[in-house]
Design a protein around this ligand. Structure first.
Ligand code: PLP
Length: 462
């Protein structure tokens, strides 16, 4: 399998090269040159496999330059860190299914991809004798999932900047109680935007970047999308066991368009997903795109589902590439226009095509709380605010001819305040959180100053 960029200047990369490149050198995003399609018979053969074996069957079609034995070992190790034997169990509640993606070490769905990416990086680095220093800024979820993905790994150090006192207490504890030698938490005296712009500036210093072999784990890495494709297969096989149906709809709480794009790939591969339901909070650029063909930025609002508080969805360009019939020249023009005008427009034919593949609804904070509360009264099951956005959107726009699967992207205890507001009591703490506050911590406070951060990295880089 070879990889190319959505902007047309990069071709013929191996899987290893695509993963190590991350963002394509021409500014685009990397995609497989051809998506493998599985026949009904091939799907049937995969339908009873346990999660790690299914993951191997899906991923090995893309990671063709890793020997099967090594890939299998990497995948097994990635999912051994999950608390649930089924990895991503499917549960039926009321008249819908919930695919629980939060049984990994940081209790959010990003673990599914980052546990795999961490092992993949280590494997490539050990093979080539190279090293990598990962740098990132986080407002919560991604930073902790990245830290747990690479903690204790060889040839990798990780530096995660978070705004001091401005991430949720649980998220802060998840990061700072990791004591491995290769993990560095920097509490920046400033806002998330300060932390993020420091990281961007550091990456802009190409000399520094090369000297310290800087790397990133952001959501545009193809390996992250690939790992997420697997659970769409898994969900379909599990629903199919319980009901006789010709397909499913899947509702996806969406921010950067990574998770739902994985669903789009699964559909191309043959998983009968009738429509993907794209659920947004009040940051609704993607809902406006699907419902009205209006892709235009607005200000970011803070919501009760903070991991979906985005306006520019970094993976959207991958879908755009397919919508523009894989014409890289058109993608370049569209992205230029978007950069200049802050918006894109689409033809009627394109809008129709989008509506065949997706449905969408935007759910505000009041509706989110209402959904957690109503669902809890009806079923006894507690949704986290991100999952609640997906459930509310799914219930609103679903086609009842198909079973509905809602992706549960975080454990409710991670967002205890919002949940308490909805159901009147704190959600149960999972074992991973008990006693977290009294553990030893490793964190360095640092001013919001790029030179100081660079100095720290220079002194501690591998
Ligand atoms: C990151 C995240 C999302 C959004 O996923 P995207 O791939 O960015 O669309 C949804 N819910 C939670 C809990 C997340 O951490």
């Amino acid at each position: 399998m070879r990889y190319c960029s959505t902007r047309g200047k990069i071709h013929g990369l191996s899987f290893t090269e695509a993963v190590m490149m991350g963002l394509a050198d021409d500014g685009g995003l990397l995609l497989p040159e051809k998506i493998p399609v599985l026949s009904k018979d091939e799907l049937q053969k995969l339908s009873e496999l346990p999660y790690p074996e299914l993951a191997f069957q899906v991923i090995s079609r893309y990671a063709t330059d890793i020997p099967a034995k090594n890939l299998k070992d990497l995948i097994d190790r990635s999912y051994a860190s999950f608390e649930h034997p089924q990895i991503t169990p499917l549960v039926k509640q009321d008249d819908l299914y919930i695919l629980e993606l939060f049984h990994g070490p940081t209790l959010a769905f990003k673990d599914v991809a980052l546990q795999f990416l961490g092992n993949l990086f280590e494997y490539f680095l050990l093979k080539s004798g190279q090293r990598m220093n990962i740098i990132g800024a986080t407002s919560g979820d991604t930073g902790s999932a990245a830290i747990y993905g690479v903690r204790g790994k060889k040839n990798i150090n990780i530096f995660i900047l978070h705004p001091q006192g401005r991430v949720s207490p649980i998220q802060e504890l998840q990061m700072t109680t990791v004591l491995d030698d290769n993990v560095f938490n920097l509490a920046v005296e400033g806002s998330f935007d300060d932390a993020q712009s420091i990281v961007k500036e550091i990456f802009g210093d190409l000399d520094f970047k090369e000297r310290h072999a800087l790397g990133a784990v952001n959501s545009i890495n193809w390996a992250r999308i690939l790992a997420q494709v697997v659970y769409y297969f898994y969900a379909w096989f599990r629903v199919k066991r319980e009901t006789d149906c010709s397909g499913i709809e899947v509702s996806v709480p969406t921010g950067n368009f990574g998770d739902i794009f994985a669903g789009y790939i699964a559909k191309q591969m043959g998983v009968p997903i009738s429509r993907l339901i794209l659920a947004t909070n009040s940051n609704n650029i993607l809902s406006r795109f699907i419902n009205d063909g209006d892709y235009s930025t607005a200000n970011v609002h803070h919501s009760l589902s903070p991991s979906m508080d985005i306006q520019i969805a970094s993976n959207f360009e991958r879908y755009l590439y397919y919508l523009l019939d894989c014409d890289a020249e058109k993608v370049v023009q569209a992205m230029d226009k978007f950069h200049k005008d802050g918006k894109l427009s689409f033809t009627d034919t394109q809008k129709e095509r989008v509506k065949k593949e997706f449905a969408s609804s935007s759910i505000d904070d009041n509706e989110t709380i209402e959904t957690i509360s109503t669902f809890h009264k009806k079923t006894g099951y507690t949704l986290d605010p991100h999952t609640a956005v997906g459930v509310a959107a799914g219930e609103r726009v679903r086609n009842t001819a198909y079973p509905l699967v809602c992706l549960a992207t975080a454990h409710p205890a991670k967002f205890g305040d919002a949940v308490k507001k909805a159901i009147g009591s704190d959600p149960d703490l999972p074992p991973a959180f008990i006693g977290l506050a009294s553990r030893e911590k490793k964190v360095v406070t640092i001013p919001a100053n790029m030179e100081r951060v660079k100095k720290f990295i220079s002194e501690n880089a591998i």
